[in-house]
Design a protein around this ligand. Structure first.
Ligand code: NAD
Length: 437
């Protein structure tokens, strides 16, 4: 980290124009936050409807963020645009999913780099926020910008990676209060990016090189994925050995240095189920990481085979289909995977319910997701607890028993009490409970 951007001066953030590429879960709240911090922010999205919605003030993100966006729009510091234009700072917040073969899909990052390359000037700052495979900043973005502009990263302009760690549902608080890592192609780049973020970040900001920042972000999610993989494997072992995994984990975690994670119907979302593949793809030494991914990806199949054992044919109702509780995000959800398998099985009639489903007007394999779980459960032979949303905390089992055809529950989350279920006349099967199999 020795290169200096020509002139070698500190990056001055006063009256700077910022251009944010990608206005999704990450880009839009970030754009709004920077607009509040005194930057003049333009938000670009390749989907024109997103830009139109922003400019017409019709965006709802979540409490706190929506108000920030409205304020930015009203005060004239935030605006949606449909064309790239010159700016002082560019932030890339486009999706970085995986392809069918699990390799990284980097076309959207490349597209952003290419377009920035057409308008970038000496002394500008480019920040990659998208979660990216190691060396994306140095080996993908820098060469693409050089190809289009002739400018050299770290010499003619500042280039840094600042991975985002926020969680939807708590965006505002985490944007401000999460510690942040910033990796530059050189120290000046990291410092230039830091000067921007410290206008609103209240937690610590740690500077490093861009590849370390990329890998650190990936390892955070990988740590969680591998540990959930261990929990899911433990559940299978418990089923084999006549042990209840939930009891076992609570006992093992009494050890002061043990923290076994929680098993469930699989791992989903666009982060934990995706990011470890970026490491597997980039290093031949990623063995546990690869195995953890495969174990977690195999859980929906296992849950499906458990359903087949519990009830070979009949009507099934799945409660909760998002990738985790209390979110409206259905991306990469393992329960949606399970639902698809069950819907494709001619032995079953499937009914889906989720408190967040109807708002999103989502369908799974052509099947709509009902909001009212009591309606969805009418005539059912099996209740499958897929996602333990808060809305399901106080399920009225005696009322549910009245509308179901056969009173059986398969709980993949340990969220329904066996005692209460049995008291209400249900047969209760719990994932990972070999004691009661
Ligand atoms: N959502 C999260 O919780 C979260 C957390 C941490 C990191 N991340 C990372 O942040 C990045 C963005 O994720 P997100 O959740 O905001 O995605 P998103 O799907 O919510 O939004 C991305 C936006 O980018 C737009 N877009 C796609 N291609 C584009 C292009 N070529 N040019 C301009 N705009 C384009 C899309 O239309 C969309 O509006 C990803 O790398 C993700 O892994 C997300």
């Amino acid at each position: 980290m020795t290169n200096k951007v020509e002139g070698g001066k500190m990056f001055d953030i006063k009256n700077k124009k910022m251009f944010v590429v990608g206005l999704g879960y990450i880009g839009l709240p970030t754009a709004a936050m920077f607009s509040m911090a005194g930057f003049s922010v333009l938000g670009y999205d390749k989907d024109e409807r997103v830009v139109e919605r922003l400019n017409s003030g019709a965006v709802y993100v979540e409490e706190g963020v929506t108000e920030l966006i409205d304020k930015g729009l009203k005060e004239g510091n935030l605006k949606g645009v449909s064309q790239y234009e010159e700016a002082d700072i560019f932030i890339i917040a486009v999706p970085t999913p995986i392809k069918e073969d699990k390799s990284p899909e980097m076309s959207m990052v490349l597209d952003a780099a290419e377009n920035i390359g057409r308008v970038i000037k000496k002394g500008n700052l480019v920040i990659l926020e998208s979660t990216s495979p190691p060396k994306t900043t140095t080996d993908l973005i820098a060469p693409k910008i050089r190809e289009l502009s002739g400018l050299e990263a770290g010499k003619d302009y500042y280039l840094a990676h600042s991975p985002e760690r926020v969680i939807p549902g708590n965006l505002l608080n985490e944007l401000v209060n999460n510690h942040r890592i910033i990796g530059g192609v050189n120290l000046e780049s990291a410092e230039a990016a830091k000067a921007c973020y410290e206008t609103f970040v209240k937690a610590d900001i740690y500077l490093t090189d861009s590849t370390t920042a990329e890998l650190a972000k990936l390892m955070e999610n990988t740590f969680r994925d591998v540990n959930i993989g261990l929990a899911n494997e433990t559940a299978r072992i418990c089923e084999d050995l006549g042990v209840n995994v939930w009891e076992l984990i609570s006992l093992a975690n009494k050890h002061p240095r043990v923290n076994l994670h929680t098993p469930g119907p699989g791992v989903g979302g666009h982060c934990i189920a995706v990011d470890p593949w970026f490491i597997v793809y980039n290093s031949k030494n990623a063995n546990i990481i690869n195995l953890g991914r495969k174990i977690n990806d195999s859980v929906p199949d296992h849950v499906y085979s458990m359903v087949k054992d519990i009830i070979p044919k009949g009507k099934l109702t799945i409660l909760g289909l998002t990738y985790k509780p209390n979110t409206d995000d259905f991306r990469e959800s393992p329960v949606v995977e399970l639902a698809k398998k069950l819907i494709a099985d001619p032995d079953y009639e499937v009914s889906l319910t989720d408190p967040y489903g109807e708002n999103k007007q989502l369908k799974v394999a052509g099947l709509e997701i009902k909001k009212d779980h009591m309606k969805a459960l009418e005539g059912s032979d099996l209740l499958i607890m897929g996602v333990n949303h808060k809305d399901y905390d106080d399920l009225d089992l005696s009322e549910i028993g009245k509308v179901m055809n056969t009173k059986t529950i398969f709980d993949t989350r340990n969220s329904i009490s066996r005692e209460e279920a049995e008291k209400a006349g249900f047969k209760y099967i719990l994932l990972g409970d070999g004691k009661h199999a």
